[in-house]
Design a protein around this ligand. Structure first.
Ligand SMILES: [Zn+2]
Length: 478
C-alpha cells in the first residue's frame, strides 16, 4: 500500500484539475449563450402570468395552426339553436340537395329530441356545441358557467350519439360576448370557436320574411369560403322555406357545400369590448387553465400512446413557429417558377402572386400575357377576354361567369365565384384558369425554399403561337 502513495495523490490532483477544467468550460459555454435561451427555460407559473397579462389587455396569442383552403369556393351552412321540430325539414332539404352542413345544437334541445341528433350524425353532418341553454346573462357572467354548459351539452351528445363536438359557437356570436380569456381557455380545452362571415339575418327579429332572408344572403359579399349563419330552432319556418333558394343561389355561382371541421379555418370575430362586466383574477385564471388543459388531455386523444411522438413533433413545430413569429421578420416570400412544358416557363415574383395554403392566385392579364396570349377589356360589360391561340375565354365579372370559345364558337360556360377585382386587376385562381385554357397542373412544389408549378397542355399547338383575335366572341357581347 505504501508503495503507491504518490500515484494515488497524483491521480486525485489530476481529477480535481479535470473537474475544474470542466467547470470552467461549462461556465464559458453558459456565459456565451444568449439570454433568451434562459428565458425560454419555461417557468410554468411565470408563463401563465404572462399569458394572463396578455389576455387581460384584450389580445390573443398568435395562432399557430395551419388550415386547408379548398380549391373550389365553398359554403359552410350552419344551423343554430336546434334541434327543433323544424330540423327534420332542414335535413330532408339537405339530403335532397346532396349536401352536408353543420348543426350547432343546444344540449337542452338535444335532450328533448335525441333522435334528431342521431339523424344529424348518421347523415354525415357536423354536430357543433351551442351551449346548454343559450341564456346570455348566465353564459357571459363568468367563463366557469360557459365552460360548464359546454361540458354538460357535450356529455348529452356523447350519450346520445357517441360524439364530442370540437366546434363551439357562442350564442349571439363572440363579438362583445367573449373576451380574450374565453377564446384562450376554450382553445386550451381543445375546441375551435366558429363565428360566421355571412349572416342570413333570419334572427334579427321574429318571423323575418323569406324574401328578406334571401335578399340579405344575395347582397352579402362572396368570399372564397363562406360560413353562413342560419337557424333551425323553433319559430324559424321562414329559414327552412328560404333554404332551397339559398342553396340554388350558391350552386349557380359555382360554390361547393361542405360541413365544417377543425381543419377549416374558423371565421372568428375580433375581440371587442365585452358588454358584460366580468372579473378574472390570476388565481381564477390559473384554476380554469388547469381544468381546461386536463379536460383536453382526458378527452382530446383517443390513444395517447401512439400519438405521443406526433404530439411532441407538433409541439416542437409550434414552439419553433411561435419563436420565429416573435423573434424573426417574416420569412421572405419566394418567386414561383411556372413550367409550361417543352422546357419553357416563366417566373412570378413574390409580388405577382398570392399563396393561400396550396392555392395560387394571380392577375389574369399577367398569366395570359406570360403564356403568350393577350387580354382585352370590355368596359361597358365589365368583361375581360383572354385571347389565347384558338381559344377565347370571357371573364364576366358582374355575372361571375366564364364563357369559353373555340375558334369563335361558344363551347362551354362556367361559374367562377372566386373571380375578383383587386386594384384594377382581375384576380383568378391559377389551377382553375389553367384547366379552362386547356391545360392542367401536373405538379406543384410548395416548400420553404422552393415554389414550382408544372403545367401540361392538351393542345400543345397553342403555345407561343400568334394569338388569333376572334371577332365572333366580341360581337357576342354586344
Ligand atoms: Zn343561437
Amino acid at each position: 500500500m505504501r508503495a503507491h502513495p504518490q500515484p494515488s495523490n497524483y491521480k486525485m490532483r489530476k481529477r480535481i484539475q479535470l473537474f475544474m477544467a470542466v467547470l470552467l468550460a461549462a461556465y464559458v459555454w453558459l456565459a456565451s449563450m444568449p439570454v433568451e435561451a434562459f428565458a425560454n427555460e419555461s417557468n410554468p407559473a411565470q408563463e401563465d402570468q404572462a399569458i394572463y397579462q396578455l389576455l387581460k389587455s384584450g389580445k390573443r396569442p398568435p395562432q399557430e395552426k395551419s388550415y386547408q383552403t379548398p380549391e373550389q369556393p365553398t359554403v359552410y351552412l350552419t344551423f343554430d339553436d336546434g334541434p327543433s321540430k323544424l330540423t327534420p325539414q332542414v335535413l330532408d332539404i339537405l339530403q335532397k340537395e346532396g349536401i352536408h352542413a353543420t348543426f350547432f345544437a343546444l344540449g337542452e334541445e338535444a335532450k328533448a329530441r335525441p333522435d334528431l341528433i342521431k339523424r344529424i350524425i348518421a347523415e354525415g353532418h357536423t354536430l357543433g356545441n351551442h351551449t346548454y341553454n343559450h341564456v346570455y346573462n348566465e353564459l357571459y357572467s363568468d367563463f366557469q358557467v360557459f365552460w360548464k354548459q359546454i361540458q354538460e351539452s357535450e356529455t348529452i351528445f356523447d350519450q346520445i350519439a357517441g360524439v364530442r363536438p370540437q366546434l363551439v359557437r357562442a350564442p349571439g356570436g363572440t363579438y362583445t360576448n367573449f373576451d380574450a380569456y374565453y377564446f384562450y381557455l376554450l382553445e386550451q380545452a381543445g375546441y375551435t370557436i366558429v363565428d360566421w362571415n355571412v349572416d342570413s339575418g333570419d334572427s334579427t327579429r321574429a318571423n323575418v320574411p323569406v324574401k328578406e332572408i334571401i335578399h340579405t344572403v344575395k347582397s352579402s359579399p362572396l368570399e372564397h369560403e363562406i360560413t353562413l349563419l342560419l337557424h333551425d330552432g323553433a319559430g324559424h319556418e321562414s329559414s327552412v322555406e328560404a333554404l332551397p333558394q339559398i342553396i340554388q343561389y350558391y350552386k349557380d355561382l359555382g360554390y361547393a357545400f361542405a360541413p365544417l371541421t377543425s381543419e377549416v379555418k374558423p371565421k372568428q370575430f375580433s375581440v371587442g369590448k365585452p358588454k358584460w362586466s366580468r372579473k378574472m383574477s390570476l388565481t381564477h385564471f390559473e384554476d380554469l387553465l388547469q381544468e381546461t388543459k386536463q379536460y383536453a388531455l382526458a378527452h382530446g386523444q383517443p390513444s395517447p400512446e401512439s400519438d405521443k411522438a406526433a404530439n411532441q413533433l407538433v409541439n416542437q413545430t409550434q414552439v419553433a413557429q411561435a419563436e420565429s413569429a416573435q423573434t424573426l421578420p417574416p420569412a421572405p416570400s419566394l418567386p414561383l417558377q411556372v413550367n409550361v412544358g417543352g422546357g419553357r416557363g416563366f417566373t412570378l415574383e413574390p409580388t405577382q402572386y398570392q399563396l393561400q395554403s396550396s392555392r395560387i392566385e394571380l392577375s389574369l392579364r399577367f398569366l395570359v400575357e406570360k403564356m403568350g396570349g393577350y387580354i382585352s377589356w370590355m368596359e361597358p360589360v365589365k368583361t375581360a377576354i383572354a385571347h389565347y391561340g384558338v381559344y377565347d375565354v370571357e371573364y364576366d365579372l358582374p355575372k361571375r361567369s366564364i364563357r369559353l370559345f373555340n375558334l369563335g364558337k361558344r363551347v362551354a360556360s362556367y361559374s367562377m365565384a372566386d373571380m375578383q377585382m383587386r386594384e384594377g386587376s382581375i384576380i383568378v385562381p391559377l389551377r382553375k384558369t389553367i384547366d379552362l385554357l386547356g391545360g392542367r397542373v401536373t405538379d406543384a412544389v410548395m416548400e420553404t425554399d422552393k415554389r414550382e408549378v408544372t403545367l401540361a397542355w392538351h393542345h400543345l399547338f397553342m403555345l407561343n403561337e400568334t394569338p388569333i383575335l376572334l371577332k365572333n366572341s366580341l360581337f357576342a357581347l354586344k
